[in-house]
Design a binder for this molecule. Structure first.
Ligand SMILES: Cc1ncc(COP(=O)(O)O)c(C=O)c1O
Length: 404
């Protein structure tokens, strides 16, 4: 399928905002949903809604089959060897907390080290910071260069015999940097350190094959890959999942229960206590199928070209500074303007129908490192065009004229 035609698949994009055609450039916060995803969820509720794994009746069997099929589709989409390596969760945040609490926490002794990077979203920073405090461990932070890349030689030096985990983003939500995860995983594994990858900004924008990356865990959210909110997935190598205790306790995660004890189900059920987000999982699978129609190289090139075009346009504006220049990046462009608050810039852009993010982008340690407290962030998706980018650049010029 051709990317040029993609916007027609997204009904929300056809509307006007503040009397202007919507230009949606806040894809790193959440993406819009194609008709295929909307139809899949609606069709599930209209034809198959029932609880899974519980009833013997026809609808329950249908819902169970659709839920299991969704797991297989998502597993194939991210290159997991087996569907049982995919755990459905609410979002990437929940997936990362799950790994911190039930894979890493039980192994920790006081003085052990947890390694994260300076470019993490709070979702892949705070769980490790808090775990380090709980367990009297040391949180170590891999530095980021001024260009917005990880300092890989520092990373290599910071992996020690005390390191119990490395948590790293595949793609930075502020800088758009694509980190060399395969190399990083290989390096960490030579030192026996398991790697947890936050893939929230990668899935849907670059090809992801967890088998090739070799990582131990990979977390992502449905809503950032053109799927629904409230559903995400955690890939975990089966050798880890089979040894891990449950995350939450309750129905649907057991084999048998007596008054004295409980035998837990195998993965992935063991980690999915309670009624799952069945429609969400079906929607997530539909988003995966939608994306599978495109050629990844073309998707990457498309979003990268838009980012380059945006950088070139913004760079020509006096008093505007684009932050970072990573060699490998997706379509995310952060910038600041002398004397203007990012919220004011975003408000003026909104009055022209242009949606961007402003604020700390849930990455305060990174912004502090860059000497900033707030940015404007424009982020592209599959449906954006150079016309959108030109409108953004013109909108920014207008914001400066109005606000200065
Ligand atoms: C890199 C990164 N990690 C994690 C998250 C958290 O995603 P969610 O809020 O869907 O859990 C985000 C969301 O912006 C993100 O950009």
């Amino acid at each position: 399928m051709k990317i040029a035609a993609a916007s027609a698949d997204f009904p929300i994009l056809a509307q006007k905002i503040n009397q202007h055609s919507l230009v949606y450039l806040d894809n790193a916060a959440t993406t819009q949903k194609p008709r295929l995803v909307l139809d899949a969820e609606r069709s599930y509720y209209e034809t198959s809604n029932a609880n899974v794994h519980r009833g013997v009746h026809t609808l329950s069997a249908r819902a169970t089959q659709a839920y299991q099929q969704a797991r297989s589709t998502v597993a194939r989409f991210v290159g997991a060897a087996d569907p049982s390596e995919i755990i459905f969760v609410r979002n990437a945040t929940e997936a990362l907390n799950l790994v911190a609490q039930i894979f890493v926490a039980p192994k920790l002794q006081p003085g052990d080290e947890l390694l994260v990077t300076h470019m993490e979203h709070h979702s892949n920073f705070v769980p490790w910071q808090q775990l380090a405090k709980q367990k009297k461990c040391v949180l170590k932070v891999v530095p980021v260069t001024d260009a917005g890349e990880l300092d890989l030689s520092a990373l290599s030096r910071m992996l020690t015999v005390k390191t119990k985990v490395l948590a790293v983003a595949h793609v930075s939500n502020v800088l758009g940097t694509i980190n060399p995860i395969k190399e990083i995983v290989a390096l960490a594994h030579t030192k026996g350190v398991p790697v947890v990858v936050d893939g929230a900004q990668a899935v849907g924008h670059v090809a992801v094959d967890v088998g090739q990356l070799g990582c131990d865990f990979y977390a992502f959210s449905g809503h950032k890959m053109y799927g629904p909110t409230g559903i995400g997935a955690l890939f975990g190598k089966s050798e880890h999942l089979e040894k891990m205790p449950p995350f939450l306790y309750g129905g649907d995660m057991i084999n048998s229960v007596t008054l004295d004890q409980t035998e837990f189900a195998h993965a992935p059920q063991r980690f999915e206590a309670g009624t799952p987000n069945i429609a969400g999982a079906i929607g997530l699978a539909a988003a995966s199928s939608y994306l599978e129609q495109f050629d990844w190289q073309e998707v990457v090139r498309h979003e990268r070209n838009l980012a380059d075009h945006m950088r070139a346009g913004l760079d020509r504006i006096a008093g505007l500074r684009v932050i970072g220049l990573p060699r490998h990046s997706v379509g995310i462009v952060p910038f600041v303007i002398d004397g203007l608050h990012p919220h004011d810039v975003a408000t003026v852009l909104d009055s022209q129908g242009i949606a961007v993010r402003s604020g700390h982008a849930c990455a305060q340690p990174l912004l502090t490192r860059l000497g900033l407290t707030s940015i404007v962030r424009a982020s592209c998706g599959i449906y954006n065009t150079t016309k959108d980018v030109d409108q953004l650049v013109a909108g920014v010029r207008q914001a400066i004229t109005l606000l200065k």
